[in-house]
Design a protein. Structure first.
Length: 145
């Protein structure tokens, strides 16, 4: 039986997808990565597991179905309601961050500009005990160095 953690990632930027994939491979650990290019594709994947996600990384600015819409649907569904969702977006304004939190995201990460920082984001996010993590306003945003 495969005991790997399943990471789901939705982002329409193919370069970002590739960097994310390489970073997941480099940080070590037992992870299976499942990537999609928009929220609709992600929701279709979530309807047909196995595997079920251990964590979802979600970009906000995507065609067809954006991250806000996908997050809303994820939280409505009893099967995915409690899956941790990390918003991973280039948007870094307070309104966007607050809306993500209000819609039920667990963590907000402004996309870092360096590859090293992407790996730090992954280490941090994948190291969180989501069962006990409280997405309070003080720790909702993680900015990688």
């Amino acid at each position: 039986m495969n005991n790997n953690k399943h990471i789901f990632y939705a982002d329409d930027d193919l370069d970002d997808q590739e960097l994310f994939r390489e970073a997941v491979e480099e940080i070590g650990g037992s992870y299976d990565l499942h990537m999609r290019s928009d929220g609709r594709q992600l929701l279709n994947l979530l309807q047909s597991p196995p595997p079920a996600p251990d964590v979802i990384f979600l970009d906000l600015n995507m065609p067809l179905m954006n991250g806000y819409q996908a997050l809303t649907e994820i939280r409505k569904n009893s099967k995915t309601r409690n899956v941790p969702v990390v918003i991973f977006s280039t948007s870094d304004d307070e309104k966007t961050i607050n809306r993500s939190r209000e819609l039920g995201a667990n963590l907000y990460v402004p996309k870092p500009t360096s590859y090293k920082a992407i790996k730090n984001v992954l280490r941090h996010s994948l190291g969180i005990d989501w069962k006990t993590f409280d997405p309070a306003k003080e720790n909702f945003v993680f900015r990688a160095c």
